[in-house]
Design a protein around this ligand. Structure first.
Ligand code: GAP
Length: 515
């Protein structure tokens, strides 16, 4: 739950709007990400991935699965349900503690997370602007002392704030064919209740059928620990990996898909022997450091510039009471360093908590050591949406016109395996059999499950730039020479270098470059 920690880093202000505006606009223009329900005015913090965005996110998740599951003997996958027994969230601590500090501005009615609002020294005077005429929008400047909270409203600057309330971020719904309104109506019918009594009665009525949309995928790996371990005959150290939707009713949603209420996670729980049963040199801290290194490397292997990545160990004050250590893989976003992924050493907290609450034994029996133990857990937890956004931001380049030309280009230098379209095929002109040959090459790519795109509209330079803008790493052009010697040009996105290859080799050449 490292996402709830206050961020102390000073944030960049100036560069963000420009680059983010460009990314948001490119995402819409080129079919990566759209605002959800746009024709109805949109829904705050909800996004739809368009054709290219869906490909990008699928590729991000496929790369993660390939690295974390398919390349290793010690990690297996899981695909659990989003709705789990409510006792899961009682035992995990989410029902009591998965909260953010919520505060309201009494002047402009802004609501937000207290730990994210601008800090001001208590007792000092804050100057703020209040709208005094809503029709004209006329404002009046006022002054007031900063209160004990030591923060001011980010919207109007006012220090007149409500008390901080803890707001639980889990989305609650009900399971079964019951209508909460009926239940509540029956519970309060004929009773003359005070506000507090009414609240209690309603809460109890709702609670009977309440279930929650999972705020993280992790818990199903703990509740299925025995199922997976015994069915797959796994022995610590081993991991259970899962990708899927999680939901958090965030008080503050921000930076496009960086923080939203519905998002996808890619999490792995790696169960290791506690220190007394560990193999020599491979104790829990060895595995924690191992996963920190591996996870940082994953991002740079897929093309994120090393200088834009860092591993930030949490300070002891940031750690949950059960955590032995935690580090964030951070990316240098346009607004400053922020979390991409958290790697937490969760000790044996989760298995013990679920064992206590469920009454089911959640230990591993090590026959060689003749011991039952609760494994410790190392948890690399990443977000697919946030990762896709970081890949987009890092890949975005505006290049000036090459010498002797007038047109620059916008290019997404995505790793070829992440690129939504792998190869574009063009006929140089719409005649002399070139479209037919290009279509034939296209169908070869599709038969080999390589996502390809055909384009015959506009001048060839324009077509290259369209593909550059959505990150297509390779373009193949059928021209006059193709009919003579069976060759086509292959153009590489980043260097723009062109070479001739044989049509018959096209699939093999692209496959090799994507490997
Ligand atoms: N099981 C641990 C856990 O959930 P977390 O740091 O709260 O840890 C893991 O979440 C990752 O999920 C984050 O690093 C981030 O990439 C992603 N994530 C969390 N909250 C998010 C949100 N509101 N919107 C988008 N991604 C989010």
């Amino acid at each position: 739950m490292s996402e709830n920690k206050p961020k102390k880093e000073k944030q960049k202000a100036s560069a963000e709007p420009e680059i983010m505006e460009k990314i948001v606009s490119l995402c819409k223009q080129r079919g990566f990400v759209f605002q959800s329900s746009e024709i109805y005015g949109g829904l705050k913090s909800c996004y739809d991935y368009g054709p290219l965005g869906a490909e990008l996110k699928r590729n991000v998740k496929a790369e993660w699965w390939r690295t974390m599951v398919h390349s290793r003997e010690d990690v297996v996958g899981l695909d659990a349900s989003i709705i789990m027994h409510p006792n899961v969230w009682r035992a995990s601590g989410h029902l009591a503690g998965f909260t953010d500090p919520m505060v309201d501005c009494k002047d402009c009615k802004e609501r937000g997370r207290a730990d994210k609002w601008p800090v001001a020294a208590a007792g000092t005077e804050a100057e703020y602007k209040v709208i005094i005429d809503h029709q004209s929008g006329k404002k009046e400047t006022r002054k007031a002392a900063v209160g004990a909270l030591g923060i001011v409203c980010p919207n109007c600057g006012s220090p007149n704030l409500s008390d901080i309330r803890r707001f639980n971020m889990m989305f609650r719904t009900s399971l079964g064919s019951v209508d909460n309104i009926d239940t509540i109506a029956k519970a309060v019918e004929g009773k003359n209740l005070s506000g507090e009594e009414l609240k209690k009665v309603v809460a109890a009525a709702i609670e009977e059928t309440a279930v929650y949309l999972r705020p993280e995928t992790a818990q199903a790996m703990f509740t299925n620990f025995i199922n997976v371990q015994t069915s797959m005959r796994m022995k610590p150290p081993f991991g259970i990996a899962q990708q899927g939707k999680s939901f958090r009713n965030e008080i503050t949603v921000e930076h496009f898909t960086f923080r939203s209420c519905e998002f996808e996670q890619m999490e792995m729980e790696y169960f290791v022997p506690p220190p007394q049963y560990a193999d020599e040199g491979k104790d829990d801290m060895y595995w924690y450091n191992y996963w920190c290194t591996e996870r940082l490397k994953w991002y740079s292997d897929l093309g994120i510039r090393k200088e834009k990545l860092r591993l930030r160990p949490h300070e002891s004050t940031e750690l949950a009471h059960y955590a032995k250590a935690c580090s964030d893989v951070e990316y240098d976003y346009p607004w400053g360093w922020g979390e991409l992924e958290g790697i937490a050493h969760r000790s044996d907290f989760d298995l013990k908590a679920h064992e206590k609450a469920s009454g089911k034994r959640l230990t591993f029996f090590d026959s060689q050591k003749n011991a039952h133990y609760h494994p410790y857990v190392i948890e690399p937890a990443a977000g697919a949406d946030r990762t896709a956004l970081a890949f987009l931001l890092d890949a975005y380049n505006e290049e000036p016109p090459p010498p002797g030309t007038t047109e620059g280009r916008t290019v997404l230098k995505l790793h070829p395996r992440l690129a939504p379209i792998k190869v574009a095929v063009f006929p140089l002109v719409k005649k002399e059999g070139m479209p037919e040959t290009a279509r034939k090459i296209m169908s070869e790519f599709f038969q080999n499950q390589i996502n390809a795109s055909y384009d015959e509209k506009d001048a060839i330079g324009r077509r290259y730039r369209r593909q550059d803008e959505c990150g297509t790493p390779y373009c193949i052009t059928v021209d006059g020479q193709t009919a003579q010697d069976g060759s086509v040009t292959l153009r590489e996105r980043d260097s723009m270098a062109q070479e001739r290859i044989q049509v018959a080799d096209a699939v093999a050449v692209i496959k090799k470059r994507l490997a």
